[in-house]
Design a protein around this ligand. Structure first.
Ligand SMILES: C[S@@+](CC[C@H](N)C(=O)[O-])C[C@H]1O[C@@H](n2cnc3c(N)ncnc32)[C@H](O)[C@@H]1O
Length: 251
């Protein structure tokens, strides 16, 4: 897909509808994040409309955020509790918040929204720069993402998936995966009364092993890896992983 601009994926139309569909993991996720944040503060990379930041803040943790979509930030700030959250507009691979955190976190596969290996490493490096280094209270960087093989049939050239089938509309996920770049190019095509609409997105899929290497480049090491937000075992039947990194002893 030529000329795809990732900064346009979460514009006003998407932002306005974003909070309508919760993912269902908010209570478990904000519970684990609150435990890891302790006395805080916490920083969410790509905070969106506050799906997790708001419940985490409601649990008493001070939360800041970085977000590149002004439309998503507008939605966050209009929600109850949104005014308690400081958000800097910009790219999570480079924005400097000017302070350090007990917990930095990046959830909902959003590491995949950065489309090059260099950019994904820069994201780990920026998280590492923001971690509290106080002895005994070292900060943690949590990443939650699907395993690449659950996102797409990686061996095939392309696929069409019936994403939503309703009486008056259908939504098809039309995708192609390029193993040389690890880019999954998708278009969510909605056919309905209002005509045909397209929602294109490109993501760069990386697995936990590659993340661990990126973390090491950023001076971090893996501390925990769970298969669910409830700290269940990570294993061959896992669909996603919750990985927690801390400063490497020699990093
Ligand atoms: C799938 S949403 C996740 C939002 C929120 N973290 C959540 O869990 O609901 C992805 C968000 O990442 C933001 N985003 C993508 N790439 C970014 C980047 N490089 N820097 C900052 N925000 C980014 C998008 O604008 C969007 O709000």
């Amino acid at each position: 897909m030529h000329d795809f601009d990732p900064t346009t994926s979460f514009g006003p139309a998407v932002a306005a509808r974003y909070a309508d569909h919760v993912r269902g993991d908010e209570a478990d996720a904000s519970g684990l994040l609150a435990e890891l944040a302790g006395d805080g503060p916490a920083l969410e990379l790509a905070i969106g409309t506050g799906r997790l930041a708001l419940p985490l803040s409601a649990r008493g943790v001070e939360v800041d955020g970085i977000e590149q979509s002004a439309a998503m930030v507008d939605q966050l700030q209009a929600r109850p509790g949104g005014d308690a959250i400081r958000v800097e507009l910009g790219d999570m691979t480079e924005v400097d918040m000017g302070r350090r955190y007990r917990l930095v976190y990046l959830v909902y596969n959003t590491i995949f929204n950065v489309l090059t290996a260099e950019g994904q490493i820069a994201c780990f490096e920026n998280a590492a720069r923001h971690l509290d280094r106080t002895p005994g209270a070292e900060g943690r960087f949590l990443v939650e993402a699907l395993l690449p093989e659950t996102c797409a049939p990686l061996g095939q050239d392309g696929y069409v998936n019936a994403e939503r089938v309703e009486l008056d509309a259908i939504t098809l996920d039309v995708a192609r995966y390029d193993p040389t770049t690890q880019l999954l190019t998708e278009n969510h095509v909605r056919l309905g009364d209002g005509g045909i609409s397209f929602s294109p997105i490109v993501t760069r899929l990386i697995g936990p092993g590659e993340m661990d290497l990126m973390a090491r480049i950023a001076g971090l090491r893996l501390v925990h890896r769970w298969g669910t937000w409830r700290r269940e075992r990570y294993g061959t039947d896992s669909r996603y992983h919750v990985s927690v990194y801390g400063p490497a002893v020699d990093g």
